[in-house]
Write a protein that binds this ligand. Sequence first.
Ligand code: GDP
Length: 477
Amino acid sequence: EAIAVQELANRMSEKGADLVKALFNMGSMVTVNQTIDQDTAELLVEEFGHNVKRVSEADIEVGLIGTDDDEAADLKPRPPVVAIMGHVDHGKTSLLDALRGTDVIAGEAGGITQHIGAYQVTPKGGGTITFLDTPGHEAFTDMRMRGANVTDIVILVVAADDGLMPQTIEAIKHTKAAGVPMIVAINKMDKAGADPTTIRTRLLEHEVIVEAMSGDVQDVEISALKKEGLDKLIEAINLQAELLELKANPDRDAEATVIEAKLDKGRGPVATVLVNRGTLKRGDIFVVGSESGKVRALVDEHGKQVKTAGPSKPVEVLGLSGAPMAGDMLAVVEDEGRAREVAEYRAAAIKKKRLVTAPTNVDALFAAHADKAEEYPVVIKGDVQGSVEAIVSSLNGLSNDDIKVRVLHSGVGAITESDVSLAAASNAPIFGFNVRPNAKARDVASKEGAELRYYDVIYDLLDETKAAMAGQLGPER
Ligand code: GDP
C-alpha cells in the first residue's frame, strides 16, 4: 500500500509542501507527487497530530454511485427522469401540473399530491415517467453542480408568443453541457400570437435542430393551460427514453440521489431521494453525504407509505441522523457501525481535496510529458465542492480522440503552493473558480512560471479551455 504525498496531504487537509518538509526532517527526500509507504504515512500523520485510521479507498468510496458495475443480465428497464426547463412564465409550472393530471394511477390511490421534489405518472397506455417538479434550472443545475446527474431527458418549454429568452438559452447551454437529450415543448399554442415557426428557426442559432427542421430534436406543440398536446409530449418522452435504453439493476442494495432535503418539525430530517439502482427498503441502513440512518419510513408523492422504492422512484426517506444536501448520494450499507464509520469519515473529509490522477512516480511524470500533445493537464480549485465537481465533469466532457483533459488535482479552497508546484510539474494551468491564490502560492507561481486563471462563470472556463485545447492541437487538425 502506497499513497502519494499530495493525496495524504489532501486527506489531512494539510499542505503538500509541509508534508515534504516533515519527511525531509525525517530523512526522506520526496516530492509531493511521489508515493510513500503506509508506515511512513502513519508516522507522518502522527507527526501532524492527526489520529491514524486505516481507511481503504473502498471505504471512502462506498456508496458513491456507479463504483461497481452490475451484470448486464441483471439490468431491467427503468422509467426516465425528466426535468422541465425554460424561461420564467413560459409555463413550466403549468406543464408540471398538467402532466401530473395525466396519471391514471393517482386517481385510484386517492392521496393528496404533495411536493416532494419529484413525482411519477403512469399515463394512459403505460410507460411510467418520473418528473422532477422543481421547475427552472435550479434543480438541474444545483444537482449537476454537486456532481449528480439524475436527469435523463430535459423538456425545454418555450412560449410560442414570446420566443427564445435569456433563460431559454441558459437552459439550452446547461442541457448541452450535461449531454442530456432535449425535447422542445412549444407552449401557449392556444394564444393568438403563437408563432412556432419563428421559434424553430431561432433554435437553429443555438444548434438545436428540431425534427420539423430536419434535425433530431423532437418538438411538440402544446398548451399547458388547455391541456392540449400532452399525449404527443408523453409519446416523445417515451420515444426518447426508448432510444436511451435506460436500465438499472433493481435487485441489489440501493443507491440513490438526494433531490431535496429538509428538517421537518414533526418528522425530523427528511430527504427526498431518487433511486438510481437497487431497491430501497424500510429497515435499510444507509449513509448519505456525511449523515447516516436507518429507513424508518418511505413516503411517496401521494403522502402514502411504501415498503420499497426501486429505480427512478422518488420517495421521502425518514430516519436520518441529519439533513443531507441535494446531490448527496445515499448508499445502503451492511450495518450501523459501518454506516457511522463512513459517515464520520466523510464528515471529516468534507473539505477533502481528492487527487484524481497525479503522476505518482518519475516514470509517470515523464510519460505525461511525452504524451503532452494529447493531454491537456489542469489543476482546479473552487469555492464549493459542487462547482468543482461540475467543472471536473464538464472538462472531462471536452475530451475527444485527439486531446484529453487531464485533471491533475481538484479541490476546494484557496490556491496553495502545493497546487502550484503540482501544476508547474506538468506544465498545467491552474483554474481558480471564485478563489484566489494565497501569497505564497502567488510567489511560487511567478517563480515557476505557472499559469493562473480565474473564473466566476463555468461557461467562460469551458470556452477558454476548449480554445486552448484546440490551440494546442495546432491548425492541421
Ligand atoms: P413558469 O414561470 O414557467 O413556471 O410559468 P407558469 O406555469 O407559472 O405560467 C406563467 C403564466 O402563463 C401563467 O399565468 C399561466 O397561466 C400561463 N400559461 C401557462 N401555460 C399556458 C398556455 O398553454 N396557454 C396560455 N394561454 N397561458 C399559459
